[in-house]
Design a protein around this ligand. Structure first.
Ligand code: F6R
Length: 614
């Protein structure tokens, strides 16, 4: 949540910052601002409520000349979205400006103490408290900005990624992180700073991921020094980015979400590459092969995740139980962390997160590590916190996901969970070689089959018109299709703001059946699997009560096609692979409904892609 950008160099500071903010807008977009040290030696802050485009309009007639600046796009935590609460924030004397991503938990105590020392606050944010605290320490202790930041951060409880500018020192940016991401791009005589590498990937591929508890002093003239809160110098570990600029652009699509939906044949190919070999007969997942003893000895697997990643995790439970015969529990990371969980050292904990930065998932990992469990991460963002905090793991390799509603990351996560299940089954001997080969071969066909499903897009767009004005939706599925129902409902809710509920189809008769009528579409995910006959009954139960049914069925299905009002046919697959195939038409349905309603699908209200606060 919240995106930070900083730049120190000879380029056009404002343009670089604004472009960077657009790239980070997926992290939050309720207000935005920039702080520039002007040629007059003053820090000028321009900030406004709303999206980055509002900020651009606001800045159109301003003097933006500068050679150093920091910028921010906000997802509000303390204080409503407003011009005043927008970042950057000044210290009271206007000497320093700060941008912040995270939450200062003890901000009230710090604020009260500063007020007693005569400080006046203008915003409701925890960030302004930090600005005032740093400046108060700098003035009281007559120390450098770097030292003041270090002393202030020692008093802070919570999460932060910050960038700080000082009026009288236009050749320096101070940056620090604790539980919120920050990466420094090293260019030719210039430095970039950002919440992820996307704002500077076209300028440099060399970067340094700041670690928790580290403070960077970025100085003009190619000097970068990293120390910790105790002023011990840290090694500078330079990473070369593999990301390309084309991955960050819409490539002719009207929205990132649609581009990402249509990318899935390729992203799934990338996800599978090198992992399913010998024509489907052998599965190689290095993170598992390198820790065979942990997976052979595992008594239980605990999956922790949030949101869409949790839905993938629920599918992981079905996959792992089916293929590996290990008990699996799936927990919302936010519940797990405060539930006094019972974790054994023989448990394997799998943490799933697209961004690799979700605060609750990171906290769950720490708890599992403390209890002595082996922790394995599944993530998309290379170099993010979750891969660094786990003992082993596996990237989904689907490329940057920018649309706030997760699509290609979900199918990538499910794919990786399928491969992990096959790899563990191979290791533990819980599937025969024939069974592994049968699924392995089908996995190799998935990209082509997803391509076929995408050909339904025009039909789904037409169908979406029928459903656009419904006020509630019910999504039903059984077995592997139940998590797909949950995910389908979440996708619709988050981008079209229509209430939708995902439910296990057989549970419907214990309550939600009371809601069924012509007004409420029921989407039923009913591919040919071992529960097919059961779900046919559920379809009949909905129809008998006058329900309006859209069913996702296997090609050639005649039974459900005769009962449902509308059907979308998807190719036949082994049961464990159907979720990847059936979730794609639901992504498209949500997309088109949201478009019909005129919603901003890439930046739905109140949401942010990377949830780095509790
Ligand atoms: C929904 C969505 C969110 C995320 C959730 C976890 O489309 O994107 O529900 O899945 O915020 O995020 P990650 O996977 O980054 O931990």
């Amino acid at each position: 949540m919240c995106g930070i950008v900083g730049y120190l160099g000879e380029g056009n500071v404002y343009d670089i910052l604004i472009k960077g903010l657009h790239r980070l807008e997926y992290r939050g977009y309720d207000s935005a601002g920039v702080a520039l040290v002007g040629k007059d030696g003053r820090i000028n802050i321009f900030k406004t409520k709303g999206k980055v485009s509002n900020l651009e309009a606001f800045c159109a007639d301003k003097n933006l000349d500068s050679s150093v600046g920091i910028a921010h796009t906000r997802w509000a935590t303390h204080g409503e979205p407003s011009d005043t609460n927008a970042h950057p924030h000044f210290s009271e004397d206007g000497n320093i400006a700060i941008v912040h991503n995270g939450t200062i938990e003890n901000y009230k105590v710090l604020k009260d103490a500063l007020e007693q020392h005569g400080c006046t606050f203008h915003s409701e944010t925890d960030t302004e408290v930090l600005a005032q605290l740093i400046e108060y320490i700098r003035l009281t202790n007559k120390c450098s900005l770097l030292s003041a930041v270090r002393q202030a951060l020692k008093q802070v409880v919570g999460a932060y990624a910050i960038a700080v500018l000082e009026k009288d020192n236009p050749d320096t940016i101070i940056a620090a992180r604790q539980s919120s991401p920050l990466v420094i791009g090293i260019g030719d005589g210039e430095f970039f700073l950002a919440s992820d590498a996307t704002p500077f990937v076209e300028y440099t591929k060399e970067c340094v991921y700041l670690k928790d508890g580290e403070i960077a002093e970025i100085r003009r003239g190619e000097s970068l020094k990293i120390t910790n809160l105790d002023n011990v110098e840290a090694e500078i570990d330079v990473t070369t980015l593999k990301m390309s600029i084309s991955q960050l652009e819409k490539g002719g699509y009207p929205h990132f979400m649609l581009k990402e939906i249509f990318e899935q044949p390729d992203t799934l190919r990338d996800c599978i590459r090198g992992r399913v070999v010998d024509r489907g007969s052998r599965i190689i997942i290095n993170g598992i092969n390198d820790h065979k003893d942990k997976f052979l000895g595992a008594k239980r697997i605990v999956i922790v995740a949030c949101g869409t990643s949790w839905h993938a995790g629920l599918l992981g439970k079905y996959l792992l139980q089916d293929m590996c015969r290990i008990p699996v529990v799936v927990e919302y990371a936010s519940e797990f962390r405060y539930s006094n969980p019972v974790i054994d050292k023989d448990d394997v904990v799998i943490a799933i997160s697209q961004s690799g930065e979700t605060a609750d998932t990171l906290a769950a990992i720490q708890i599992a590590k403390k209890a002595g469990a082996f922790v394995f991460g599944i993530s998309n963002v290379v170099g993010s916190s979750i891969p660094r905090e786990t003992y082993a793991g596996c990237y989904i390799h689907v490329g940057p996901e920018i649309g706030v509603a997760s699509t290609k990351a979900f199918t990538g996560q499910v794919m990786v969970l399928t491969l992990i299940s096959l790899a563990i089954a191979q290791l533990r001997g819980t599937l025969t070689q024939d069974e592994i080969e049968q699924v392995g071969k089908a996995v190799l066909k998935i990209p082509t089959y997803v391509q076929r499903v995408l050909e339904l897009a025009d039909r789904i767009e037409r169908l979406s018109l029928i459903f656009t004005y419904a006020r509630n939706f019910l999504y039903l599925g059984r077995g592997y299709s139940y998590p797909v129902a949950l995910e389908g409902a979440l996708k619709l809710k988050e981008i079209s703001y229509i209430h939708a509920e995902g439910y296990p189809a057989a549970e419907m008769k214990h309550g939600p059946i009371a809601l069924i009528d012509q007004e409420m579409p029921t989407v039923i995910i009913a591919p040919k699997d071992h529960l097919y006959e059961k779900i046919v009954s559920n379809v009949q139960q909905v129809k008998a009560r006058g329900g309006n049914i859209l069913a996702i069925v296997t090609e050639g299905d005649t039974v459900i096609s005769n009962i449902a009002d509308h059907v979308l046919e998807v190719p036949e697959m082994p049961e464990c692979l159907t979720p990847i195939i059936t979730s794609v038409p639901l992504q498209l349905l949500s997309y088109y409904i949201a478009i019909n309603k005129g919603k901003d699908v890439d930046m739905p209200r109140n949401l942010a892609k990377s949830v780095t606060v509790e």
